[in-house]
Design a protein around this ligand. Structure first.
Ligand code: AMP
Ligand code: ZN
Length: 111
């Protein structure tokens, strides 16, 4: 499958890993939009939030259950923003569902 995030999971493309277990992977974004910018992905390939359903959506709760630990690892004690872009109008460029975890400074208002 020609998916850049699946290739990162497989170790075919290098990444700066922050957290990994059997279900999810967190790594530093290659083009950070904040002083600290991580990407959190499920190891299961799901195209976008629009492909979630009652059979696969539990992974989203699992990702959020790990976010406090990942944020702590990154030193984001003063807060952070979690963003999911879904589809072209939102600027989704990688069609493997992911959550941006951003912080490290006072973030501006949402667009
Ligand atoms: P989105 O635009 O919401 O689809 O987010 C995709 C994100 O993946 C962007 O912030 C990219 O900078 C990031 N990205 C793309 N390729 C890589 C890579 N090889 N390693 C780390 N982050 C990447
Ligand atoms: Zn994928």
């Amino acid at each position: 499958m020609d998916c850049i995030f699946c290739k990162i999971i497989a170790g075919e493309i290098p990444s700066k890993k922050i957290y990994e277990d059997d279900r999810i992977l967190a790594f530093h974004d290659i083009e950070p939009q904040a002083p600290t910018h991580a990407v959190i992905i499920p190891k299961e390939h799901i195209e976008s939030a629009n492909a979630l359903n009652s059979d696969n959506a539990e992974i989203v709760a699992y990702i959020f259950s790990k976010i406090p630990e990942i944020a702590k690892t990154l030193g984001l004690e003063k807060g952070y923003r979690v963003v999911n872009n879904c589809g072209p109008d939102a600027g989704q460029t990688v069609f493997h569902i992911h959550f941006h975890l951003m912080g490290g400074d006072v973030l501006g208002k949402m667009a």
